[in-house]
Design a protein around this ligand. Structure first.
Ligand code: SF4
Length: 167
């Protein structure tokens, strides 16, 4: 059975920077949870960051790959360099996903960690730009198929293909 690494805030965990969750109301998620497929983690909290915590964004113009290789930074709204904690969170996420043999991930879009199709552009003004967070980048480069919460139907189809294709 394929297991799915999942951002724990999608499952209702109160781990977001603002102290809230990002609960995804989905029968698919409930089914997968009941089947024991889900491997939930909040990379930022696992890396030791408190909840609540100041919002953080990739610095303007930086890509997640650059942050992971030390060529880009992540700052919080107060101007503190949070890069080390976010990279640690990405490393711990990959370790967890690999230990559980997850080939699929469902992540919260927009986050500097879990974003998979967009992130915020680094000016804390609510403007989005195409891109990914450091967790999504770490997982993808390791071969994990990453989906945002709005792509849960695509994830269901990918799972179906993976489990029903003769090897
Ligand atoms: Fe944690 Fe990722 Fe959710 Fe942010 S988006 S609260 S890092 S699980």
């Amino acid at each position: 059975m394929e297991r799915i690494f999942v951002s724990s805030c999608l499952l209702g965990a109160l781990v977001r920077y603002d102290g809230g969750a990002k609960t995804l109301d989905s029968h698919l998620l409930e089914k997968w949870r009941a089947e024991g497929r889900l491997v939930p983690l909040c990379p930022e909290v696992t890396a030791g960051l408190p909840t609540p915590r100041p919002a953080a964004e990739l610095e303007p113009g930086a890509r997640a790959d650059e942050v992971l290789t030390g060529q880009g930074r992540i700052y919080d709204k107060d101007g503190h360099d949070m890069t080390a904690a976010f990279v640690r969170g990405a490393d711990l996420a990959l370790q967890t996903a690999q230990k559980a043999q997850c080939r699929f991930a469902l992540l919260t879009d927009g986050s500097p960690s879990c974003g998979s199709s967009y992130v915020y552009r680094g000016h804390f003004d609510g403007t989005r730009q195409p891109g990914e967070g450091v967790v999504a980048a770490r997982l993808r480069r390791a071969g994990v198929a990453v989906f945002g919460q709005d792509q849960i139907g695509d994830l269901a189809r990918a799972l179906d293909i993976a489990e029903n294709t003769p090897v």
